[in-house]
Design a protein around this ligand. Structure first.
Ligand SMILES: O=C(CO)COP(=O)(O)O
Length: 261
């Protein structure tokens, strides 16, 4: 079965709710509807923007999906500052990014915590985008494949094959994030292919063949074509280039197989 490419724009801590509305409107205008049968496009804004984005998407019946950048590992309760998965589900989120390298680095998130968050997302019927990726020293020492497959298997620990089928994995080498240093298409394929193989070994080929594996790290409209041309790269998690509606529309169109008219 062919996997539908997914292009998800992780805005990180950028754009307030008014800027968010403007960007989504512009994106919907720039990307003709026909592209959406070939590529799924999602925006992942900060929490404070989600309600506005949801209202716009629902009101104008836009085909763009939306999600969140993080979630609490708890159901509810005395966890000041945290946001529950049930709240994100109520806001119509399709996706929740879990275990982004910036959360792992600046908030000390471990694979164990990431695993709890993945479970919360699935329990609330959304799709986790589980991020894995190695730092430069790990890559230079040749340990990148093992590092990433360990993060993957630990992040999915205890899940049934049926649940794994509904996840999205994102390979984001830390050294390629926001640096302009994009991994070569062959680098991306090496790790994305190894991740799918690890899924196949643990959950069976049928499940592994359904899971979408994205690449992330300095993806732009000029390099998405080559990346997505790789056997095991099913789309991208895009940072900087998702903050510009025209560039993100262009990138999404390229992932759908052709440039904008
Ligand atoms: O971290 C990323 C997406 O989650 C990648 O960010 P950049 O596209 O800005 O390198």
């Amino acid at each position: 079965m062919a996997r539908q490419p997914l292009i998800a724009g992780n805005w990180k801590m950028n754009l307030n709710h008014l800027e968010a509305i403007a960007l989504v409107q512009k994106l919907a205008f720039a990307l003709p509807e026909k592209y959406f049968s070939k590529v799924e496009v999602a925006v992942i804004p900060p929490f404070t923007d989600i309600r506005s984005v949801q209202t716009l998407i629902d009101g104008d019946k836009l085909l763009v999906k939306h999600g969140a950048q993080d979630v609490s590992e708890h159901d509810s309760g005395a966890y000041t500052g945290d946001v529950a998965a049930s709240m994100l589900a109520k806001l119509g989120c399709s996706y929740v990014v879990v275990g982004h390298s910036e959360r792992r680095e600046y908030h000390g998130e471990t694979d164990e915590l990431v695993n709890k968050k993945v479970r919360q997302v699935l329990k609330n019927e959304m799709t986790p985008i589980l991020c894995v990726g190695e730092a430069l020293d790990v890559r230079e020492a040749g340990g990148h494949v093992e590092h990433c497959t360990t993060q993957l298997i630990d992040g999915l620990k205890g899940l049934k094959a049926e649940q794994v089928r509904g996840t999205v994995i994102a390979y984001e080498p830390v050294w390629a994030i926001g640096t302009g240093k994009v991994a070569t298409a062959a680098d991306a394929q090496e790790v994305c292919g190894a991740l799918r193989q690890a899924l196949s070994d643990k959950y069976g080929k049928e499940v592994a063949d359904e899971v979408r594996v994205l690449y992330g790290g300095s993806v732009k409209s000029s390099n998405i074509g080559e990346l997505i041309g790789q056997t095991d790269v099913d789309g991208a998690l895009v940072g900087g280039a998702s903050l510009n509606a025209d560039e993100f529309a262009k990138l999404s169109a390229m992932a759908a197989g052709g440039p904008l008219p």
